[in-house]
Design a protein around this ligand. Structure first.
Ligand code: IVH
Length: 667
């Protein structure tokens, strides 16, 4: 075919195939028979073969699965992909509602299904799907674009030419899952435990042709930059996604009271079995995006949403033994060793019993028949004992007086249920502390998991966290299951961890009560470990969100000679002790116009990204907040600014457009 004619026909075919595809997969309402679709697709593929330069990334032919990859590339998420806090009963939902209303007053909720699949992020540039990624650790995921292109209701080109990041849940419908497992069994292959694993397994295939055969689907539920689209609520955001050509889930409802939410949750619970896809709960979101912003996030999840999780499947098995383990803080935890049993898709043989009180309370005895379930469908737990099935061979259990690892006396600290080993040299505590130090949210040393740490510790190569930085190539390569490549990778990630910003070290040290968020707050505030070390309790209490217990724990920690020595050693070994993340400049250190001002950004900025604007203003000593109030000094309104702009006008607050902001930033 002549080039110009081919080009015109390709454009026509794109439009037709996209239309039929959308009707079939997203609207569930096809207007032509499948054979017509197949014929057009064949024609498109053959023209593209003849004219390879006409094969664009948004061509519908790309859905059949392209080249096999060697590995997935890492993708940095523009805004983190967080998880949701859980509610397990009505009380938890009412508590959530109380917290929300206390913070932001009256609210409306949008209630949605929690689809049980795999969270993915879809990046569009000028309307074209350019990259899709898994959630990964929330900050960094894997590039699975080619696999995602095979999902028919992900538009390769959306209906408007926007540059946005859409989030959703990719899943495998129940029926496809059954068919897939039947086929696998027939071929003598291991079946997937549940549709979620099947979806995850399919999307993590390096050969996109496999994903293309797996019949995956998606429901999208948000746009990362919704407020920049001039959209003001989550519910409107979902309609907007529909308009752009995405598939959203239509089992959703707006509620204005928590009682209404509870009623809907009950209704949806009864619908669960009849849905053609799996759900593992219901998500309740504050509808107003302004209020969402005001509520903000904890380190892990938004304060404006919660996931109601369905009660878990329960099964009966036998308690074979109770094992004791000593944690990082010396707490001795009993674990039930169970006769292996299948629950919610996987085999369970251990369940934490938490502490002695719980064992007594539930009257759990060795060799009892016990009911178990997976809390939040993940963590196995003993629900209760079948007392009526006792045979007489059961034995009562009591906790020992001595630490099972180091033999020193166990103590019960007043007001706590846990028994604790308080010997600071207890090997189990040191080992667990090391595991925490290298973990993902602390120093994030890849390749140094529990297994390697246990070996290093057993062979006396590492006695404290500083020793990690003294490890040599020879020492590592001699460990079990360590090859040349993994040794070099490990040495590299140990080296890299030296550059971490201070908050990772602070969290990794395992100071009592100092979680990830507090570590970050402290690092930002004090900036160097030296300043934090010498801070008094009063100074610590002045820091937002640092309470009495935390302040005491920090002071006590830095009073210990051996801790100061350890930190000196780490510093000598080259470990960074300074906060290197984005800075909040103190107002008094800046003579800029922005110094000390409380500023709200709203609407879409076109010249600069919102994150850059925020960073630049903060670097000049300004403070960015989420909602407009009497305390706001200035509102920067981009395109399609909505209710925040109206509020600013109502309160007579100064408003700038983006051009003015840029001029002032340059001054
Ligand atoms: S909203 C900030 N809405 O549940 C987190 N998540 O723990 C916002 N999920 O794997 C998530 N259906 O992909 C949201 N309607 C829904 C959802 C949903 C399923 C998944 C999500 C993530 C997990 C959150």
């Amino acid at each position: 075919m002549e080039k110009e004619a081919a080009k015109r026909r390709v454009e026509q075919l794109h439009a037709l195939i996209n239309k039929y595809n959308y009707e079939y997969h997203t609207l569930d309402d096809p207007s032509v028979p499948d054979s017509e679709y197949d014929k057009l697709m064949k024609e498109l593929i053959s023209i593209e073969e003849e004219h390879p330069d006409l094969k664009t990334p948004d061509s519908p032919s790309q859905r059949v699965g392209g080249a096999v990859l060697d590995a997935f590339q890492k993708v940095q998420h523009k805004t983190p992909m967080l998880s949701l806090g859980n509610a397990f009963n009505e009380e938890d939902l009412r508590d959530f509602d109380r917290r929300v209303r206390q913070s932001v007053g009256d609210v409306e909720y949008n209630v949605e299904l929690k689809i049980d699949g795999l969270a993915v992020s879809l990046r569009y540039e000028n309307g074209v799907f350019v990259r899709g990624a898994t959630r990964g650790d929330g900050t960094t995921g894997e590039d699975i674009t080619e696999n995602l292109k095979t999902i028919r209701n992900i538009p390769l080109k959306m209906k408007r030419s926007l540059s946005i990041e859409v989030r959703g849940e990719a899943y495998m419908p129940k029926r496809s899952f059954e068919l897939l497992n039947e086929a696998r069994l027939e071929r003598g292959e291991e079946p997937f435990a549940n549709p979620r694993n099947a979806a995850a397994g399919s999307l993590r295939q390096l050969d996109p042709k496999i994903a293309a055969k797996r019949n995956l689907d998606i429901f999208v539920y948000s746009i990362a930059e919704l407020d920049e689209m001039g959209v003001e609520t989550q519910s409107r955001g979902l309609d907007f996604l529909d308009e752009l050509g995405f598939k959203t889930n239509h089992e959703r409802k707006k509620c204005s009271t928590i009682e209404e939410v509870i009623e809907i949750v009950d209704e949806l619970k009864t619908k669960r079995a009849d849905l053609p896809y799996e759900i593992d709960g219901i998500v309740i979101k504050v509808d107003s995006l302004d209020q969402q912003e005001e509520l903000g996030f904890t380190a892990k999840s938004p304060r404006w949403a919660i996931a109601y999780k369905f009660p878990a499947e329960e099964v009966v098995t036998k308690l074979l033994d109770i094992e004791l383990s000593v944690g990082r803080t010396g707490v001795v935890t009993p674990t039930a060793i169970l006769e292996p049993v299948k629950v919610a898709g996987t085999t369970v043989q251990r369940a934490s019993l938490h502490n002695e009180d719980l064992i007594k309370e539930k009257d759990i005895r060795l060799y009892d028949k016990v009911v178990i379930k997976k809390a939040g469908d993940i963590i196995p737990e003993v629900v209760n004992v079948l007392v009526e099935q006792r045979t007489g061979e059961e034995k009562e259990f009591s906790m020992p007086d001595e630490c099972p690892e180091c033999g020193s006396e166990l103590v019960r600290i007043e007001g706590e249920v846990a028994l604790r080993c308080i010997n600071p040299e207890c090997p189990a505590q040191i080992r667990e502390g090391l595991i925490h130090f290298v973990s993902r949210n602390a120093m994030n040393i890849e390749g140094l998991g529990e297994r390697v740490i246990t070996q290093l510790f057993r062979e006396d190569l590492v006695k404290n966290v500083a020793d990690l930085y003294k490890l040599t190539r020879e020492q590592l390569i001699n460990l079990e299951r360590m090859g040349e490549k993994s040794t070099d990778n490990l040495l590299q990630s140990i080296e890299k961890s030296k550059e971490n910003s201070l908050e990772r070290l602070l969290f990794g040290l395992g100071i009592r009560f100092i979680g990830e968020k507090a570590a970050k707050t402290l690092a930002m505030h004090f900036e160097t470990i030296d300043r934090l070390k010498t801070a008094s309790k009063e100074e610590l209490l002045e820091v937002d969100e640092i309470g009495e217990k935390m302040a005491d724990a920090i002071v006590t920690y830095f009073e210990k000679e051996e801790m100061l020595k350890l930190l000196d050693e780490l510093e000598q070994l080259g470990v960074n002790m300074v906060y290197t993340g984005p800075k909040q400049v103190k107002a008094e250190d800046s003579d800029s116009y922005f110094a000390g001002k409380t500023i709200v950004l709203t609407g879409k900025l076109s010249e600069m990204s919102r994150n850059d604007a925020k960073a630049e203003i903060e670097a000049l000593g300004g403070k960015i907040t989420g909602s407009v109030s009497k305390k706001t000094d200035l509102v920067i309104a981009g395109e399609a600014a909505g209710s925040k702009l109206a509020k600013a006008e109502e309160l007579n607050i100064e408003v700038w457009d983006e051009a003015r902001l840029i001029r002032e930033l340059k001054k």
